[in-house]
Design a protein around this ligand. Structure first.
Ligand SMILES: [Zn+2]
Ligand SMILES: [Zn+2]
Length: 242
């Protein structure tokens, strides 16, 4: 939820009840819902919130989202809450997944990346190809260093466990894992992350790094050396990782 003293915008409300509770607690009017992709854990609360508040619903052009919704695709800009969000196409997790980027919210950029870029990881490829996901992550990785990454799930610690087995000698990663473990032990979220941090620690943004390529090819020696082959094998490694 993004809010000021009177208004709020929520992203990917999987349930309505926690949003209603936050609106009531803050005395807030829900102005809009932003939806990154069609999965129920991101849209389950949309219909009830819209019915109760009449808020705008803004979602991906090519995916089913509870109606009535305004449909947007990459290159569009969305004005909500006095802020301008750029829409970025990020297919891979789903075929029509979008992300929302605002260059300045309270002095720093903000990106809502849904289930495409997580802290320390990326979404599973349910509807898209490794090539699409790699291109989508490249688009997000090109945002400014100080972009705050607001992703769809707090999967950070399990992602970092995998990242450490890919890059056991990455000291930035080890430091980040310690910080995140302390956050979780104190009952706090690890999110939002920073894009500069993700570039240093997230193996899915580092799949062209020699250490990552070598690790993938040690794990799966038959992996093709091209960047899409490496990325696909890295994603498969994560799928099987426990
Ligand atoms: Zn999803
Ligand atoms: Zn999700």
């Amino acid at each position: 939820m993004l809010r000021d003293a009177q208004r709020a915008v929520v992203v990917d409300p999987g349930q309505s009840a926690p949003v209603f509770a936050a609106l009531q607690a803050g005395g807030l009017q829900l102005e809009a819902i932003l939806v990154t992709h069609h999965h129920a854990d991101h849209t389950g609360g949309v219909a009830e919130l819209h019915a109760a508040t009449g808020c705008r619903v803004i979602g991906p052009a090519t995916e089913p989202v509870p109606e009535p919704a305004e449909r947007v695709a990459g290159g569009a800009t969305v004005e909500v809450f006095g802020l301008r969000f750029e829409v970025i196409d990020v297919p891979g997790h789903t075929a029509g997944h979008i992300a929302f980027f605002c260059a300045d919210v309270g002095g720093a950029p903000l990106a809502f990346t849904g289930d495409t870029l997580f802290s320390g990881g990326c979404g599973r490829l349910f509807e898209g190809t490794p090539a699409q996901m790699l291109a989508s992550l490249d688009r997000l990785a090109a945002l400014p260093d100080d972009t705050r990454i607001c992703c769809g799930h707090e999967y950070t610690l399990s992602n970092l466990k995998f990242a450490r087995s890919v890059e056991p000698h990455n000291t930035a990663l080890a430091d980040h894992e310690q910080r995140c473990q302390a956050q979780r032990a104190a009952g706090r979220p690890t999110l939002p992350s920073l894009l500069s941090t993700e570039r240093a620690i997230n193996p899915f943004l580092r799949s062209r790094n020699t250490d990552v390529i070598d690790a993938v090819r040690r794990f799966a020696p038959d992996t093709p050396r091209d960047e899409i082959g490496i990325f696909a094998a890295l994603r498969q490694w994560k799928n099987d990782f426990r």
